[in-house]
Design a protein around this ligand. Structure first.
Ligand SMILES: [Zn+2]
Length: 163
């Protein structure tokens, strides 16, 4: 029984490594491209991208968010991981409101391994998006969640504040 568990764990690690290799790092030009709005929200291609993003994000040790172009797809899709096994997918996210109050905190980026930088951002936001079931949602995010969403939406616009 022990042996089986060990083999499975090793296979998972190998699988994780293969997934992590898919993350594009700077200066890959795809990270500077402006991503396009997803039209076919429930289409096969979109679902495949959403699935891969979820898998890759879950495979990272401490990753809390990823944008589609970080995996080479120039589509407006982001994924957040507010808790270890909880991934929220946002298709065509649009920040419709930002608070005037800002605060600074250190951020890191999966496409900038080892880099950290203090970034000032609005404390709260409202974001409209379509979820993986194709349902329109509105979410108010504060502090950490607001920060992750803003960081990932920057990626969709070809930007990263850590650059
Ligand atoms: Zn990033």
């Amino acid at each position: 029984m022990m042996k089986k568990v060990t083999t499975k764990a090793r296979k998972n690690r190998i699988c994780d490594r293969a997934l992590l290799k898919k993350i594009r790092a700077y200066p890959d030009p795809v990270l500077r491209s402006t991503c396009k709005k997803v039209k076919d929200v429930l289409g096969e291609e979109t679902m495949a991208i959403v699935d891969l993003m979820t898998k890759v994000l879950t495979a990272t040790k401490n990753g809390v968010g990823i944008a589609a172009n970080q995996l080479g797809f120039t589509k407006r899709i982001i994924a957040l991981r507010p808790a270890r096994h909880n991934v929220i997918v946002m298709i065509n996210p649009k920040i419709t409101w930002k608070s005037k109050e800002t605060y600074g905190q250190f951020e890191s980026c999966l496409s900038y391994p080892g880099r950290r930088g203090k970034v000032d951002r609005p404390m709260a936001i409202v974001v409209e998006y379509i979820d993986r079931e194709g349902v329109k949602n509105v979410m108010e995010g504060t502090f950490w969640i607001a920060r992750i969403i803003q960081h990932e939406v920057d990626h969709l616009n070809g930007k990263c504040k850590l650059q």
